[in-house]
Design a protein around this ligand. Sequence first.
Ligand SMILES: [Zn+2]
Ligand SMILES: [Zn+2]
Length: 301
Amino acid sequence: MHSQAIDFHPPAEEAAAFLLPVTTTLFADRAERFEALASEHSLSDWLRFLATLSRAQQQALKALPPLALPSADSLRQARTHGMPPLDPSVRPAAWRDALHQIASTLRLEAPEATRTELDALLVVSDAALEKLADSLMSGEPEATDIARLPFVAAALQVVFTQLASQLDAGQLQALDAHNVCPCCGSPAVASVVRLGAAINNLRYLHCSLCNTEWNVARAVCTTCNSDKAVALHEVEGSQGAVRAETCDSCKGYLKIAYQEKDPRVDPVADDLATLALDMLVDEAGYQRSGPNLLLIGAYSG
Ligand SMILES: [Zn+2]
Ligand SMILES: [Zn+2]
C-alpha cells in the first residue's frame, strides 16, 4: 500500500489534536481530487465544475490581503469560556473580494444558468452579499438565494481557511460538542481516518467552513458520543473509501473517509462524489449531522 505525506502541519512527538489547514495546497489538492472523482461518474460535469471552483478558491486565497485575527483579548476570552476563537458571523470584508474573484473566474467556464447567477453576484451591493452570507450561515436559506450560495460558501471558506491557518494550534482546545470545529464553531462535513507518521489510523473531523481538522475517537458517534449503536454503511460495489457512520441513539450520520483505501481522499470532494450513500442512509431514517457547504442548492430539488 502506497502512502504519502498529508498536507497538514506535521504533528509534534505525539498525535496532533488539531491539524490547521495548509493554505498553499489545500484547495488545489481538492481540485485534483474532484477531477479524479469526475472520471466515469454519473455527475462528472458537476464534479468537474467543482474542480474549477476549488482551483478558483486556491487563486482567491493566494490573492488575499493579510487578515486580522481577533484581538489577544478576545482570543483569551474565547478560551476562558470554552468558545472557538473565530466567529463566522464576523466576516472580514475581504470575503467579498474573494467572491468577486471566484465569480469572475468561474463565469468563463460555467453553464449558462450558472453564469447568470455569477454575473448577478458580481453586481449586487455589499449589503446584499452580506445578507446572502447570513442566509447561508443560518442553515435555513431562502429558496431564491439557493443557486448563489455555493459560491458565497466557497468565498467564505477561503477567508476562514486563511484565518484558521493563522491561529496557534497550541492554544486551541476541544469543545464540549465533538462535531463542532474548535477554530470557528462550524459543524464538521465528514471525518477522515488518516495515514502518516504519528497520526496513523487516527480519525479527524473536518470543518465544513475553515478546513481545520480535530481528532476524535473512532467507533463513537461524533454527534452524541454514544458508542453503543454506531454502524458503518457503504454503497454496494464501492471501494469502501467512504462509508456512512450512523448512530441509532441520535439517528444522525456523517461520512467517514479512509486514507488507507485511497491516500488522496478529500472530505469535501469525496463527500460530494458519494451522494448515493446519503440517499441510502436517508431512506433508512438517519439525518446528516453536518452540511457540505458546496452542495447547498446545487442538487436540492
Ligand atoms: Zn472551522
Ligand atoms: Zn449519535
